[in-house]
Write a protein that binds this ligand. Structure first.
Ligand code: IMP
Ligand code: MG
Length: 178
């Protein structure tokens, strides 16, 4: 059985244009010559981060973190755990956390709290897509690609059971064909 091809929600062209706009917004908010540390959240952000990093022209470094989250989110941290940390110190650095998606908001909220404690020079977040209907906790997104409806989206780094990440657009999986 072949994989169903997800229907297009956000096209390659729309993503490319929006990434360029986000890069311009980010550059505008940082002083000339300031170095930015881009922190990608594995694994979903890897394609977005790759395109964003190349759309930027300011001095920039790249690092990654990995998190795990649990279904049981009754704990105060929303069930989020850091399983791989950045290799560099973020203290006194200008940090931009790059996330694929904000759903409940627990993951990004956890991250911003954890990084704030390390006293960066500045800390902002850049998120490809957000599902406003799903938000459970308040979390600031400084740079947002798109707000989307409450549907499971794949592609451009986003997965469904670790599949579809390499799809060039953001699509919706519709197992029932509808
Ligand atoms: P949170 O609920 O905001 O903490 O997001 C938890 C994680 O769920 C995200 O980082 C994604 O990895 C995953 N996720 C939530 N919604 C989707 C989706 O529609 N497609 C793919 N992954 C998703
Ligand atoms: Mg993620």
């Amino acid at each position: 059985m072949g994989e169903l091809l997800p229907s297009v929600l956000i096209s390659e062209e729309q993503i490319r244009a929006r990434v360029a706009e986000l890069a311009a917004d980010i550059e505008r908010d940082h002083a000339a010559g300031e170095e930015l540390l881009l922190v990608g959240v594995l694994r979903g952000s890897f394609i977005f981060l790759a395109d964003l990093a190349r759309a930027l022209t300011m001095p920039r470094c790249i690092d990654f973190i990995a998190l795990s989250s649990y279904e049981n989110r009754t704990t105060s941290d929303g069930g989020v755990r850091l399983i791989m940390d950045v290799r560099v110190s973020v203290t006194n650095r200008h940090v931009l956390v790059v996330e694929d998606i904000v759903d409940s908001g627990h993951t990004l909220r956890y991250l911003m709290k954890a990084f704030t404690a390390r006293r960066p020079a500045s800390l902002r977040s850049c998120v490809l897509v957000r599902k406003p209907e799903r938000l459970q906790v308040e979390v600031d997104v400084d740079y947002l690609g798109f707000d989307i409806p409450d549907r499971w989206v794949v592609g451009y780094g986003l997965d469904w059971a670790n599949r579809y990440r390499a799809l060039p657009y953001i699509g919706i999986v519709e197992p029932d064909g509808g």
